[in-house]
Design a protein around this ligand. Structure first.
Ligand code: BGP
Length: 489
């Protein structure tokens, strides 16, 4: 391929993404309250064992609360970004980042979400971080809630199942807009908003054994409704408080292909894809789609709604659609006898035309182009890829260098697909933030050894290491790519 093949708009936002609970550490410092993520212990689990990875009971909670300080709860230490953020942002600036996606920890802003006054030390931390970004001309892109419910929501309420949580969240959102609005123009409400249906504890603070009186699935739909209301209210409030702010939604962009051309497999795929879109449809169009209402009705569930909810949803539609994209897999009407592939918290039928990462996620850059077109055609809203990347095991050579051609190849191929979607298919894409631009604790496995970063962090799965940061080969490649606005081989 010749030079000049890749074209991106002049103001295209290149950067990287992290989340507070996966990087910050300092779990009990400076008035930070405890969160659900602080209570997830390290466990050796199989690559596709989602049930076990996300299983969490009141007993697990008791154990976490009684744990010795040296017990292995990886989210508690993260990569100690809390104390290294200046160094890390300097490295992002060195790569040429235009944007840095991060999340705010609710429990750092309110030690207890029921407190009347916010924690000023927590606020100061984020203020300093935003100033640091601005110093280098980096635009912060902020997620209000990235899998990090304050623990109190699970223990004193029943997570997002309880309507009162909406009000608590709005108090938190208001403080964020008030105090950070001068530094932050781009906001996201909930990370992978569809995820509560797959892992209700980390997304919504719902611990299953605390629902003896409600079918758990119904509780999840109810909790989803409350997040929809909170998201819409936050969009409206954000627009009122910060004129010019761009507030988006964030979805897991799963992509399934029919395993064969059998109509039954096509139908199964279409049905599956609807479940990918159902909640983003609400955030973009401002109402429940008919098929979601029917899905809930068919299960015999009733969702409690307040009379004003319809209006709230209509008034709080998003400005842009952001998403994570890692992989694709296949759907078949019957999966009997077919090989299954694990993925981003969902399994699918294995695609014989694709290769997989060590964790079984099937790499598919063309699937990214397909996803961009699908999303743009469906929503007609600007798009933002806020997560994409390759989790891999890296080797530190004797001389301290780290060669990661696999990551560079993954990046190159996905950037190529983005360029095609923009130039060939007319998609409006605002930017791209590589997931885990610096190594961080993996969400689904809680491993450090599943690394995404352009920057290596010296820390292993068991908490041993110096936290030293080292530039990988991909660091220099991304630096070159950004400098050329995507136009490099
Ligand atoms: C997304 C989450 C991220 C991140 C990523 C990679 O679903 O939004 O928080 O972790 O997946 O997943 P993992 O860390 O499990 O490899």
């Amino acid at each position: 391929m010749s030079k000049g093949r890749y074209h991106f708009p002049d103001n295209f936002m290149w950067g990287g993404a992290t989340a507070a609970n996966q990087v910050e550490g300092a779990w009990n410092e400076d008035g930070k309250g405890m969160t659900i993520e602080d209570c997830l212990p390290y466990r050796e689990v199989g690559i596709a064992d989602f049930t076990r990875q996300f299983a969490f009971s009141s007993k697990d909670l008791e154990e976490a609360l009684a744990a010795e300080p040296e017990a292995n709860y990886p989210k508690r230490r993260g990569i100690d970004f809390y104390h290294h953020y200046k160094e890390d942002i300097r490295l992002f600036a060195e790569m040429g980042f235009k944007v840095f996606r991060m999340s705010i920890s609710w429990a750092r802003i309110f030690t207890d979400p029921r407190d009347e006054k916010p924690n000023e030390v927590g606020i100061a931390f984020y203020e300093e971080m935003f100033k640091e970004c601005r110093k280098y001309g980096i635009e912060p892109l902020v997620t209000l809630s990235h899998y990090d419910p304050p623990l109190v929501l699970a223990t004193e309420y029943r997570g997002w199942y309880s309507r009162e949580v909406v009000e608590l969240f709005m108090k938190y959102a208001r403080v964020c807009f008030e105090r950070f609005g001068k530094y932050v123009k781009f906001w996201l409400t909930f990370n992978e908003v569809d995820a509560m249906l797959r892992h209700p504890v980390t997304s919504g603070g719902l611990i299953e054994d605390r629902f003896p009186d409600v079918p758990f699935e119904r509780a999840i739909y109810q909790a989803m409704h409350h997040q929809m209301i909170a998201s819409a209210l936050a969009v409206k409030l954000g627009h009122e408080m910060m004129p010019g702010a761009q507030i988006g939604c964030m979805m897991t962009k799963l992509c399934f292909y029919p395993y064969t051309c059998k109509p039954e497999d096509n139908l199964a795929t279409q049905q599956r894809m609807r479940s990918v879109y159902r909640y983003v449809d609400i955030q973009v169009f401002g109402e429940y789609p008919g098929y979601l209402k029917r899905e809930i009705e068919k299960k015999g569930f009733h969702i409690e709604m307040e009379p004003e909810d319809g209006k709230i949803l209509r008034e709080g539609t998003v400005d842009f659609v952001s998403f994570s994209y890692y992989m694709t897999s296949c759907m078949a009407a019957s999966t009997e006898g077919l090989d299954m592939a694990p993925g981003n918290t969902v399994n699918g039928v294995k695609n014989p035309y694709l290769t997989s990462s060590e964790w079984g996620w099937q790499t598919d850059p063309i699937g990214l182009r397909i996803s961009l077109v699908e999303l743009y055609d469906r929503y007609r809203k600007p798009l933002f890829i806020v997560e994409n990347g390759l989790g891999a095991r890296d080797t530190v050579e004797a001389d301290g260098t780290i060669h990661d051609p696999y990551r560079i190849e993954y990046l190159r191929d996905h950037v190529n697909a983005m360029s095609d979607a923009i130039n060939e298919d007319g998609v409006e894409l605002w930017g791209y933030t590589w997931w885990g631009c610096i190594d961080l604790v993996s969400e689904s496995t809680r491993q450090m050894s599943k690394r995404y970063g352009f920057i290596y962090v010296d820390m292993d799965d068991y908490g041993n290491g110096t936290f030293e940061r080292v530039r990988k080969d991909s660091f220099y490649y991304y630096q070159k790519l950004i400098a050329a606005n995507g136009d490099v081989e």
